[in-house]
Ligand binder design. Structure first.
Ligand code: ADP
Length: 188
């Protein structure tokens, strides 16, 4: 099963993704994690960092090769959970093309929705607890703005394919997870 998980920063994607991969036993492809894992001291790592640290999207020429390389690995032949990808309509179109070559398509797009004021509150709290460099007020508002302008259109792209399941994210993690499972089962 090919699943795309879309949600603004702070929506709780990370928590739900780890539960989902445990339950479904499919690989978790998080472009945020993959980009953060780029060797920090390399020229490439420094370039990636320069985007992440200000809350801007890394350019497609950096993101797409990382994703496609991962998709050629043996465990990713039949499906995976995309987390933080695709984040632009261009990435979505490239993913569609890639999967079409395998006679596949995205089965479900989970759209985790949380109101903007709740997101800001959650992210500022997370900034206090964890030490993520991109969780400061300025970068957070940049990331929310990028989501609104660049990633929200990805949802419209997939709505056209009729495979989006909207999930209400401002509930307890257990309830959100139940809704996700119900959304997935309803579509099987
Ligand atoms: P969040 O959803 O909280 O912003 P992520 O870990 O998904 O966290 O992403 C962190 C950062 O990594 C983004 O702000 C962006 O700079 C970069 N990034 C992640 N995925 C992509 C992608 N698909 N395309 C471009 N940049 C990305």
């Amino acid at each position: 099963m090919w699943i795309v998980f879309i949600g603004p920063p702070g929506a709780g994607k990370g928590t739900q993704c780890s539960r989902l991969v445990d339950t479904l036993g499919i690989p978790h492809l998080s472009t945020g994690d993959m980009l953060r894992n780029t060797e920090r001291n390399s020229a490439l790592g420094k370039l990636v960092e320069s985007y992440i640290d200000v809350g801007r999207l890394a350019p497609d020429y950096l993101v797409m090769p990382i994703v496609t390389k991962r998709l050629f690995e043996p465990d990713c032949q039949l499906g995976c959970l995309f987390d933080g990808f695709p984040r632009t309509v261009h990435q979505a179109e490239q993913l569609d093309e890639f999967l079409a070559q395998r006679d596949s398509r995205i089965d479900v797009v989970l759209n985790l929705q949380v109101a903007a004021d709740v997101l800001l509150e959650r992210l500022l709290k997370r900034a206090e607890l964890q030490n993520r460099k991109d969780d400061n007020e300025q970068t957070i508002s940049a990331r929310l703005e990028v989501f609104r302008t660049q990633t929200a259109p990805v949802l419209q792209h997939f709505r056209g394919q009729g495979n989006v399941v909207d999930i209400h994210g401002d509930q307890s993690p257990d309830r959100v997870f139940n809704d996700i499972l119900a959304g997935l089962t309803g579509r099987k």
